[in-house]
Design a protein. Structure first.
Ligand code: EPZ
Length: 418
């Protein structure tokens, strides 16, 4: 199994381009099943989660081809509505294959999804949403069976603004005669990107980015050439990395409007930030102040996907910080590993109390999941001495060779066979 071997004590300086968003590409790949022609995705970053979704589309009979970072998907020849657990158990995004399958084939048989082990991650909102569209659903033997021969437009009220459930219901309803409405929809930028993708194929979706989304049914969706949005979580990860190590970094191919919550916190802690078109420049020349309270919330609140990285930053700031994780019940797994590196953290239920220390020291640690793995890379770059990170396959799910980007900025990270 591969590991990272990191020499600490480096600062980050230079420019790096942010790749396209994993959490935009994944629902768009699911939505490609709705197209009766060819979907061409430009700058399609080959995160391992993306590779798994391509395998799922191939299992359904679609023809997928990468030419450098351009992915073409011909799903006009797709003829299956059954997805085994071979790949579904690897990714959360397999759950939002339900919507496109019931829209296209009027039936689906999909094994339960996988994804980061950060909580129970129920799928009740997905199920209830599809049932509101008159889809008959049965769950047995680890599979979800959908009978959608009488699928119809309807009104869905989400008890929680779930990203995946919002995306599933949008895709399930694109061919339903009439108008489907989703209330209390999630407002993430990736949902707006899905709306723009579907509309570029001839769909009629509006309201994404707000809590009410309307989908007017159309007969079919035609071929499209599409470029997904930049990854706001990679942007945030790299900004936090510079805040931790110090230095001056310019990120390109970003959209600072997708990172307003983080930018506000980084300014509060003493970082200098310049926001120019698709560029964000961060400069940190001194020890930062702790942020008294950080609370994760649905977008546009502070993103849960940056919580582990932010927790890492707080371990070496001056003062005390409290982080409250409102979305996932076990998303503090980084705590044990950072403690091995000398961090002073107390965890109680969904709250972390962090007392800043002068510095962290290198240790042998293990990535528990995708985003806490990224947090450990950040910790290793600022720690005194050397850090080994095991199970780095978690990190490759959502970062394209993270070590190359950080090494271009002055870090010293080696990927070694363990
Ligand atoms: C998406 O997951 C992202 N994944 C996650 O990113 C992200 O953390 C999450 O949204 C929140 O922003 C992808 O887009 C592939 P949710 P998703 O449904 O859709 C509860 C990463 O690191 N819930 O918005 O699974 C759930 O338990 C990953 O890139 C239900 O109760 O998230 C959680 O508390 C990790 N019932 C909350 O909603 C349901 O049916 C948010 O979940 C569904 C969700």
């Amino acid at each position: 199994m591969e590991k990272f071997y990191i020499k600490g004590g480096t600062t980050l300086n230079g420019e790096v381009k942010v790749s396209t968003a994993k959490n935009a590409i994944l629902p768009i790949l699911a939505g490609a099943i709705l197209c009766d022609g060819v979907v061409t995705l430009n700058n399609c970053s080959k995160y391992s989660d993306v590779n798994y979704m391509v395998k799922i589309l191939t299992e359904l009979g679609a023809v997928c081809k990468f030419q450098d970072d351009v992915l073409t998907i011909n799903s006009s020849v797709a003829d299956k509505f059954y997805i085994s657990d071979e790949y579904t158990k690897k990714v959360r995004s397999s759950i939002f294959m339900l919507g496109p399958l019931v829209a296209r084939f009027k039936q689906a048989k999909v094994a339960y999804p996988g994804g980061c082990n950060i909580g129970t991650r129920p799928i009740d909102l997905h199920i209830k949403g599809l049932q509101s569209l008159n889809v008959k659903i049965e769950e047995k033997h680890g599979y979800i069976y959908c009978d959608a021969k009488n699928i119809s437009s309807g009104e869905v009220h989400l008890d929680f603004p779930s990203v995946g459930a919002t995306e599933n219901i949008i895709m399930a309803s694109v061919f339903c005669k009439g108008v489907t409405k989703i209330y209390n929809a999630a407002k993430e930028p990736e949902i707006e990107d899905l709306q723009n993708f579907i509309n570029a194929m001839g769909g009629k979706v509006k309201g994404a980015g707000t809590s009410t989304i309307e989908i007017e049914g159309v007969k079919k969706l035609h071929s499209v050439n599409y470029t997904p949005i930049p990854d706001r979580i990679i942007t945030g990860t790299y900004l936090i990395a510079c805040a931790v190590t110090g230095g001056k970094v310019c990120l390109t191919n970003t959209n600072h409007l997708h990172n307003t919550a983080l930018i506000s916190k980084l300014k509060q802690s003493g970082c200098k930030l310049q926001l120019k078109n698709d560029k964000i420049i961060i400069e940190v020349g001194h020890k930062l102040k702790s942020i008294p309270k950080i609370e994760t919330l649905p977008y546009p609140g502070f993103p849960t996907d940056l919580q582990s990285q932010m927790l890492t930053l707080q371990t070496i700031c001056k003062g005390t910080s409290v982080i409250i994780e409102n979305l996932f019940e076990t998303r503090f797994k980084i705590y044990t590993e950072l403690t091995k590196m000398g961090a002073n953290i107390i965890i109680k239920d969904r709250m972390a109390l962090i007392n800043g220390v002068k510095s962290l020291y290198g240790a042998n640690v293990t990535a528990p999941d995708l985003r806490s793995g990224a947090g450990l890379v950040i910790a290793g770059m600022c720690a005194e001495g050397y850090t080994t990170i095991n199970d780095i396959y978690h990190i490759d799910r959502g970062y394209l060779n993270i070590e190359n980007d950080f090494n271009c900025l002055g870090a010293d990270i080696k990927r070694i066979e363990g």
